[in-house]
Design a protein around this ligand. Sequence first.
Ligand code: ZN
Length: 113
Amino acid sequence: MDTEQFKALLLQQQKSLMDVLESGKSAAGIVKLDQTSVGRLSRMDAMQSQAMLQEASKRRQQSLRDISKALARIDSGDYGFCEECGEQIAKKRLQINPASRYCIECSSNLETA
Ligand SMILES: [Zn+2]
């Protein structure tokens, strides 16, 4: 896989994340409507599912930020290099997550730090 392919992959992921975020907004509206009209959901349940939705949406927004950073790095020619040590990130790793910012070593160091 070359940079152009990673770029295509990133753009694809970016688009589908944006679609999910958009549909998530309308879905949240539907939940609210159900609550008032049916009133079956307890307050606790409603709060819990709201928190889960917020958590999921936070993660998606974080992924979107990572993706746009990766796209910016493609444009500047820095794509595929670890932000921490500057080493090249393994292609296999980028194939799994094209928005990876660190090599395997640094990312495990950062996670345990
Ligand atoms: Zn590194």
